[in-house]
Design a protein around this ligand. Sequence first.
Ligand SMILES: [Zn+2]
Length: 167
Amino acid sequence: MLQMKLCGDPILRTECTPVEKIDDKLLETLDTMVDMMRAQSGVGLAAPQVGITQRFLVMMTPDDEKIFKMINPVITSRSEKTVVMEEGCLSVLGGDNLPVYANVSRPESINVQWTDENGETQSAEMSGVPARIVQHETDHLDGKLFIDYLSGARREMVMRKVRRHKK
Ligand SMILES: [Zn+2]
């Protein structure tokens, strides 16, 4: 049983380790994560968000609802051009249990390489929303959250709304 981890849980600040073997347990976990993502109307979910400190994630491109299961994803290049977009996170929820949103500036397009669920190496150039999702989700694998990009006052404003993990 996988459980969503919320902001304030130290697992979300953990540097995740590479996946060494694709086994049935991992494939099952990826499927469960896709279900959890859909159930919460999310477009991405990274392993530490469900309590696993390994480098994998699931995501969905909003336009065509294509699902990606990325194992050991690496962003190999980022555009110099940046763009501001609104981001939210299933681990950063407000008092109403819905994601808290904030504008974040990031590279507009990226190249990403990963291993798929069949063990094949894949790569893609992405821009716009899919590029945004990959950057947000791979950050999770390094223990980073989108709120880290907000400057002092804006960060405080957002954090006031955030329901924190209770220790
Ligand atoms: Zn997130």
